[in-house]
Design a protein around this ligand. Structure first.
Ligand SMILES: [Zn+2]
Length: 279
């Protein structure tokens, strides 16, 4: 599932290919028309042609394409969504649901095997409301130990579940939450409000580190993530614990066997020695 580094990778690669281009036409798979939605009473497919893509940004796991006329396209890849840039006359890709043809002769195509992803035509007010719903961006200066301490204080939920909550910190998913907790030496079931300032400082550093490393490696690919050229990300070989618990794999630091538990409904890998549960 694409998390912050994967969406950031797509954003950085798309930017030079689509910024400044004019949308010429839009087609949507008639079997899945809700993949492209608009505000009430606005038909996205007929509104988009003629608009210019003026910029592209990311917020949490969402991609935001700013358009002329005050419009935005909000793209959420969810589980298996992919945004691809291809020559207009190249054949359809698998699970292709929407095609936005640009004046450069290239298409911006949205494909999604599981059909949870969405492309939404939105007003500036809808973008503001999305922005207000999402938590702090972890790669900004605003994400400091002091800020995270405020966000976690008096919370009794496990820190792993709190990190996955997009209203608290935006962009983290299962991969980078596990990796960050391992790097910080924090047991994933520790109640958020019980972390001390030293642990919180280590966690902030760890979150920034694992996200920046993954962006440098153009994201982690297990099954479906691809960049806009259809290429896999290179970060999987840099993961220390994610997906390795309960399979006999050793901790890369101490050699103890990595364990797997369920936290916040998600499979969670950790090292019982490097991430002790303090009582
Ligand atoms: Zn260990």
């Amino acid at each position: 599932m694409p998390e912050l580094p994967e969406v950031e990778t797509v954003k950085r690669l798309l930017e030079p290919l689509i910024a400044g281009r004019i949308i010429e036409s839009v087609s949507v798979n008639p079997d899945f028309p809700s993949v492209l939605a608009g505000p009430d009473g606005v038909d996205a497919a007929t509104t988009l042609p003629g608009l210019t893509i003026t910029g592209i940004s990311r917020r949490g796991k969402y991609m935001l394409l700013a358009l002329s006329g005050g419009w935005y396209l909000i793209v959420h890849l969810r589980m298996t969504g992919r945004l691809l840039v291809m020559e207009h006359d190249s054949p359809p890709v698998r699970f292709q649901h929407a095609v936005i043809t640009l004046d450069s002769g290239m298409d911006l195509r949205f494909a999604d095997q599981r059909k949870f992803g969405r492309v939404q035509l939105a007003t500036v007010d809808e973008v503001k409301s999305l922005n207000a719903r999402l938590g702090v961006e972890p790669l900004t200066l605003g994400f400091s130990p002091y800020r995270l301490e405020q966000l976690l204080s008096s919370r009794s939920a496990p820190v792993k579940a709190l990190l996955l909550n997009q209203h608290i910190v935006a962009g983290l998913g299962n991969i980078y939450a596990d990796e960050a907790l391992y790097r910080a030496g924090i047991h994933p079931q520790t109640p958020g409000g019980e972390l001390n300032l030293i642990q919180i400082t280590a966690l902030v550093e760890a979150i920034k580190h694992v996200l920046k490393l993954a962006i440098r490696n153009q994201g982690t690919t297990f099954s479906s993530f691809e960049n806009p050229y259809g290429e896999a990300g290179g970060n999987a070989s840099f993961l220390r614990v994610y997906g390795k618990g309960g399979k006999g794999a050793p901790c890369p630091r101490c050699g103890a066997e990595l364990e797997r538990i369920i936290v916040g409904g998600r499979g969670t890998s950790f090292c019982p020695l490097c991430q002790p549960r303090e009582v």
